[in-house]
Design a protein around this ligand. Structure first.
Ligand SMILES: Nc1ncnc2c1ncn2[C@@H]1O[C@H](COP(=O)(O)OP(=O)(O)OP(=O)(O)O)[C@@H](O)[C@H]1O
Length: 266
């Protein structure tokens, strides 16, 4: 995947500009930044749902377009209405073959593949429940299984660990990591909290205040780099392999300040 001189603005507001970025097969890119910095918009650009204001974006040398089979997508959490006539396993089956799921799901190899994925994300127990009755975390695990059901060149994940307990955070993030580093999918992983995936991340794209920085986690997640982006003193601390960012300005504070000392995203 390749962006050249890419920019995105809404009216007067520039989310980023002059972005040159290549994401290669088998590379895990974390997209970080405060609320409203443009992380989801970045994914929408890659999905062909949001045109750039300038520059180009290509996947496998071709312009991006909606509905590409080269791309798997775990969307930010949404719920289904209670009456939705779809079971958990149907949702995963849509990932195996979105066009013909009703037919294909009856075939044994597809059923086995769906069952294996359901087991990997810990969803077998509720696979036959209507999706409208499931909790946010249960649904999120099904969405991960659905995106992993294809073998996408590019896997886009929008906060895939949100509302998962620690056990399932680890299960889902390590499935995504294996798909990346073992099977060679490029992964773009939007998150407010880098610590659950810090050991998997090859590169970071940090968006804030209409600017961006790219590099390895240790090149980008530094006090001097983030202070420059935010225009005020930001402190990046490392402790026992975890990263804690202190001093993110109020206007861009995150909803993830679970504990004292965990005041901002990494
Ligand atoms: N189609 C649009 N028209 C106008 N403004 C938009 C449009 N889409 C997004 N925006 C604005 O662009 C900004 C970036 O939105 P985006 O959803 O990409 O942020 P984000 O970094 O994913 O935020 P969060 O962390 O809250 O999910 C927001 O201020 C949003 O209101």
């Amino acid at each position: 995947m390749r962006l050249r001189d890419a920019g995105l603005s809404f009216g007067e507001r520039t989310l980023w500009k002059n972005l040159d970025l290549d994401i290669n097969a088998g590379e895990f890119l974390a997209v970080l930044g405060p609320n409203g910095s443009g992380k989801t918009s970045f994914l929408k650009v890659l999905l062909g749902l949001q045109p750039l204001s300038g520059g180009t974006v290509t996947i496998n040398g071709r312009n991006v377009h909606r509905g590409s089979r080269d791309i798997g997508y775990i969307p930010q959490q949404k719920s289904f209405s209670p009456g939705t006539p779809l079971r958990g396993r149907d949702l995963v089956g849509l990932g195996v073959d979105g066009d013909h799921w009703g037919l294909r799901l009856r075939r044994a190899p597809v059923r086995r593949r769906v069952d294996r994925l359901l087991e990997q994300v810990g969803a077998l127990a509720y696979a036959d429940e209507p999706v409208g009755r499931l909790s946010g975390g249960e649904l999120q695990r099904l969405r991960a299984a659905q995106a992993l059901a294809t073998n996408p060149d590019l896997l886009l994940c929008d906060e895939p660990l949100l509302s998962l307990d620690l056990h399932h955070q680890q299960a889902i993030s390590s499935l995504i990591e294996r798909r990346c580093h073992d099977d060679g999918s490029a992964v773009v992983f939007v998150t407010h909290e880098i610590n659950p995936v810090i050991e998997y991340v090859d590169r970071v794209l940090y968006l804030a205040g209409g600017q961006f920085r790219t590099g390895t986690p240790s090149e980008v997640l530094r006090s001097d780099v983030l202070s420059e982006m935010y225009g005020s003193r930001v402190e990046v601390l490392r402790s026992h392999g975890r990263i804690v960012v202190l001093g993110i300005p109020d206007a861009t504070t995150h909803h993830h300040g679970e504990s004292e000392g965990d005041l901002g995203p990494a």
